[in-house]
Design a protein. Structure first.
Lengths: 110, 150
């Protein structure tokens, strides 16, 4: 399987623990990456649109309240979770290969 | 919270009009809601420094994502179809003229005819884009009640 784009990977990862609304996803991605990945609204919703078309993410019904009717919640589908797991496996294999070549993160060097 | 932030939120909401209608209908309200919340948070945390950084980032995102969304929309297909339709129509009109008026064209008339043909092609492209766009929009509106997932 081809590597996922960073935006797709981070959105899927943010949705892994459970459903989130768009702004929650943006904040989670910012936190997961230590502020390195800041998804703009256009990029985020464009990514969600793509993921919904692929059936990797779906909108969760029944969350809109009168006070917050513009909020919509999203969650991973089974297919989305499988794709995320496959990507993590791919990355894990890459890291193992790198380690076998004695390439280690700077923070881990003694 | 300063009034400028409320004005900025209204301006952002207006700027969302540059997205293709389908995308705006699906996500416009959420994007406007998120921007308001991000503005309030940036103001609470870092005041103007955070707010200005947020605006700069949101503007850059708007420019790039609008382009992507229009490319994903039907506009390129409509443009190509319209150009093909206009070129075919004008060349058919040229053939008809040759059959109806078989007199040879003088050198002076040739430039005039070329300019007129070019104007006709442009007008036909504009007209075809309008017609095709209207046709697509109407079929989109008709589909809307069953478009939502729930």
């Amino acid at each position: 399987m081809a590597a996922l784009t960073p935006a797709v990977f981070h959105v899927l990862l943010a949705l892994a623990p459970g459903e989130r609304h768009g702004y929650g996803i943006r904040k989670d991605v910012l936190e997961q990456t230590g502020g390195a990945v800041r998804l703009g609204p256009g990029t985020l919703y464009g990514t969600l649109q793509r993921l919904m078309a692929l059936d990797w993410v779906e909108e969760t019904p029944g969350h809109a309240t009168a006070a917050d009717e513009r909020r919509r919640y999203y969650r991973l589908t089974r297919l989305g979770r499988r794709s995320l797991e496959a990507e993590v496996e791919r990355m894990d294999a890459l890291v193992r290969t790198a380690r076998s070549q004695r390439i280690v993160p700077r923070g881990s060097r003694s | 919270m300063p009034r400028t932030l409320t004005v900025a939120a209204s301006m952002y909401q207006a700027a969302l009009l540059v997205y293709p209608p389908e995308f705006r209908r699906e996500f416009g309200d959420q994007m406007a809601r998120d921007f308001e919340e991000a503005n309030s948070e940036a103001w609470r945390e870092t005041r103007w420094r955070g707010v200005i950084a947020l605006w700069a980032h949101t503007f850059a995102d708007l420019v790039s994502s609008v382009l992507v969304q229009w490319l994903k929309s039907r506009l390129p297909a409509i443009g190509v179809a319209s150009a093909a339709f206009a070129t075919l129509s004008v060349s058919a009109a040229g053939q008809l003229r040759r059959v109806a008026l078989p007199t040879p064209i003088t050198e002076g008339d040739r430039d005039l005819i070329t300019v007129m043909l070019m104007i006709m092609v442009v007008l036909m492209i504009v007209a075809a884009i309008l017609v095709f766009n209207l046709w697509f929009s109407r079929s989109l509106v008709r589909r809307l009640p069953t478009h939502r997932r729930f």
